[in-house]
Design a protein. Structure first.
Length: 55
């Protein structure tokens, strides 16, 4: 049986699942009221940060 939490992405407002054994699962378990992003939004934010760094 796989445990997971359903979390709402702060960027796109979609629900996504965080599965047991991942870093995000541990973070959500420790802080349920935290703000989290889905994988797609997290990737886009990282790319934007890299682009702005090289400007």
């Amino acid at each position: 049986m796989i445990f997971y939490y359903e979390v709402i992405c702060i960027s796109c407002r979609k629900r996504f699942r965080v599965y047991e054994g991942t870093l995000k699962y541990k973070q959500v378990k420790e802080n349920m009221k935290g703000k989290y992003t889905c994988e797609e939004c997290s990737h886009n934010i990282r790319l934007e940060a890299i682009k702005n760094f090289f400007r």
